[in-house]
Design a protein around this ligand. Structure first.
Ligand code: DHB
Length: 311
């Protein structure tokens, strides 16, 4: 019922972890491999290992989460070894996507050059929405830089590449970004990364709840679903049909998943709900999405993907 084809690969279901959640170590990645997730993705990698920000750096609230992790990761070679090894030894059809988040244009280019030369044949996700370079807006909010990086990348990169985008909030921005992305042979866009730099206040303690950045951090969960759906829909309706859309943001139930698919998403990534519930979340989401589809009389996702009605 939930079978999904994405970039010519068949997956048992559309669910994945959102990069950053449950994918830092080989142990966590192996747990995703053994889980009911249809596919999975590695933690965004930098050239060198990073410890990330001081804790507490993630906090769950009633309606979602706030985090400022600071890009803790094992360094890109660690994940490249993992995904190449996976490709050689596992044939379960859920090969991991490889997320890359260099802190500068040059760092991204260098990492992608190494991936291009490597044996990795899977999907690479370039994170253009990493909120961790002080003093500069994230790449996705710098339209000139976005176009520059993609221009440079596609001079040499020939493997399937997607980009992780920040949420946009303005029709002019949807138009501008879609126009830029449509110039490139992108495989997909992933909408959305966390809603940037929210502030959660705990009234009882009269305090912020995470230590980095005086409490400011990326917002995920229920708070951001309408923004995520808007971005999925805006890009689904603006991009060349060869560019697929991954829906990320506020997926915690089968109905949330259904809504993302209606807006045009092909794969679905789960961040906050996975962090809160652990990998059993995938089994529940599959069951719930199947129930929604059965109730509505849909036998495959293709029957309703992108078919959102307007009034
Ligand atoms: C981190 C957060 C992000 O939203 C992202 O895209 C990459 C890294 C982090 O804080 O680790």
């Amino acid at each position: 019922v939930l079978k999904t084809e994405f970039l010519g690969q068949k997956y048992e279901n559309p669910f994945m972890n959102a990069s950053g959640v449950h994918c830092l170590t080989v142990n966590e990645l192996d747990e995703l491999k053994r889980s009911k997730a249809g596919a999975f993705i590695t933690k965004s990698a930098t050239t060198l290992e990073r410890a990330g920000n001081p804790e507490p750096r993630y906090y769950a609230t009633a309606l979602g989460s706030i985090n400022s992790m600071g890009l803790p990761n094992k360094g890109f070679q660690y994940y490249l070894d993992y995904v190449v090894d996976y490709q050689k030894n596992d044939s379960d059809g859920k090969a991991p996507f490889f997320s890359v988040a260099g802190m500068s244009r040059d760092e991204n280019i260098n990492i992608l050059k190494i991936i291009q030369r490597s044996d990795f044949q899977g999907v690479t996700e370039l994170n253009l929405s990493c909120p961790n370079v002080p003093g500069k807006p994230q790449v996705g909010y710098d339209f000139q830089m976005t176009e520059q990086i993609l221009t440079q990348v596609f001079e040499f990169f020939r493997k399937p590449l997607g980009v992780k985008l920040p949420p946009y909030f303005d029709f002019a921005h949807f138009d501008i970004v879609a126009n830029i992305l449509n110039k490139f042979p992108l495989a997909y866009v992933n909408c959305v990364n966390s809603v940037g730099n929210g502030l959660y206040v705990d009234a009882a303690s009269e305090s912020v709840v995470i230590k980095p950045k005086n409490g400011f951090g990326g917002i995920g969960g229920d708070y951001i679903k309408p923004t995520a759906l808007a971005n999925v829909r805006a890009f689904y309706t603006r991009l060349n049909p060869t560019i697929k859309v991954i829906g990320t943001g506020g997926i915690a139930s089968g109905q949330d998943a259904f809504e993302h698919l209606l807006c045009g998403a092909t794969m679905l990534q789960v961040g906050t709900a996975l962090y809160e519930e652990g990998i059993s979340v995938f089994e529940r989401l599959e069951k719930e999405l199947k129930e929604v589809m059965t109730q509505k009389g849909y036998k495959t996702i293709e029957e309703f993907r992108g078919q959102l009605r307007t009034l």
